[in-house]
Design a protein around this ligand. Structure first.
Ligand SMILES: [Zn+2]
Ligand SMILES: [Zn+2]
Length: 376
């Protein structure tokens, strides 16, 4: 096999034909990589909550589209301008990139590169697609799509990983877990001895809990409507659990204050995507200094923020991929994975074959489900 291939590959992929439609396994064509792109043979993928939203048109209502944004694969061929990767490299896709020279990359304040931006047009950087079906062009989920046997991606949006990392772990690190871990580590920069509240104990929330524990937080309050998340949260370092079973006579922020001598927490993380919880998350933090980090995505386009609690010196901010810079920071997290300092095995609860992907969305509704691995 030559290093660069000009051949079109026909393979299986999961296609969503329209807003809210069930997913279909289809035979699609994947073009050869152009200039700075690589074609990747996927080893496995995983399901992120955002994938459900993608079927409803997140981040843009563009269809038909090939689904999936988490995964890991092996570089099958490379474009002519590629210099940082070679055939056989194991890589994970990341929807954010790091050029290391732009204003944002040289700043400690953000991971959102200006040269290689997070894109919402669901196409390659040159505005075209590398995937098609029976001659019709297909959109990607972001600038790539992972629920496919092969995909093309710009080399700046992949990170090479050590082959000893388990494919499932690598896949989980490509979005959900890293987003949570990074939010505590890079975005909030949680300090030793601080207090934290985490709204929603899915993969992102559990990543926050672990990130906060490793940063030395002493009070880590998990909040979830599913009582089974209590046990899971403790594995990651949660110290207290608030179960939203609907019977509580106190509001969530009152419950958080009761656990923090009436003061509230230093940091709250909204990972559930449930819009009304954003105000609870803000009001759960300390007056004057509290910070709320928004990560959950939901169906809402906007939400109402209570004026007074925010006016009282609190901060609300959002972050993408937990503020992790893919070249400077992600290798540190990958090393923690290799050293078994983080809990990734505990995330994996279910597995499906690519063709059974609709089953994965059903599994996500089960109370014991955290992460579904997609075998390709
Ligand atoms: Zn995701
Ligand atoms: Zn940059």
């Amino acid at each position: 096999m030559s290093n660069s291939s000009s051949e079109v590959i026909t393979c299986k992929a999961i296609v969503c034909w329209g807003k809210g439609e069930p997913l279909k396994i289809e035979e699609i064509q994947v073009e050869a990589p152009k200039s700075s792109e690589v074609r990747v043979k996927m080893l496995c993928a995983s399901v992120c909550h955002t994938d459900i939203l993608s079927t409803r048109g997140f981040p843009s209502p563009l269809f038909p589209r090939v689904m999936g944004h988490e995964g890991v694969g092996v570089v099958e061929s490379i474009g002519e301008q590629v210099n940082g990767l070679k055939q056989g490299d194991i890589v994970i896709p990341t929807y954010v990139a790091e050029c290391q020279t732009c204003e944002n990359c040289t700043s400690e304040k953000t991971n959102l590169c200006l040269t290689y931006p997070l894109t919402f047009n669901c196409l390659m950087l040159d505005g075209t697609s590398r995937m098609s079906i029976r001659g019709q062009s297909l959109y990607h989920t972001f600038s790539f799509a992972t629920w496919s046997e092969y995909m093309v991606i710009n080399e700046n949006y992949v990170v090479k990983i050590h082959p000893s990392i388990a494919p499932s772990h690598a896949s989980f690190l490509s979005c959900g877990y890293s987003t949570g871990f990074g939010a505590a580590w890079k975005d909030a920069k949680v300090e030793e001895g601080s207090s934290v509240a985490v709204f929603g104990l899915g993969t992102v929330g559990l990543g926050v809990v672990e990130g906060a524990r490793i940063r030395g937080a002493t009070k880590i309050i998990g909040i979830d409507k599913n009582p089974r998340k209590k046990e899971k949260g403790h594995v990651y370092g949660m110290t207290d659990f608030i179960n939203l079973d609907g019977s509580d006579k106190y509001s969530i922020c009152e419950s958080v204050r009761a656990l923090t001598d009436g003061k509230g927490v230093d940091y709250s993380f909204e990972c559930s995507g449930v819009a009304p919880l954003v105000n609870e998350a803000i009001e759960s933090t300390k007056i004057g200094t509290g910070k709320t980090i928004l990560m959950g995505t939901g169906d809402h386009q906007s939400l109402q923020i209570n004026f007074l609690p925010l006016l009282c010196g609190r901060t609300l901010k959002g972050c993408v991929y937990g503020g992790i810079k893919t070249k400077s920071d992600l290798p540190i997290l990958l090393e923690k994975c290799r050293n078994k300092e983080i809990h990734l095995d505990e995330l994996l609860t279910h597995e499906v074959q690519l063709e059974d992907i609709n089953k994965a969305f059903e599994l996500l509704k089960q109370p014991d489900c955290v992460k579904v691995l997609v075998k390709i």
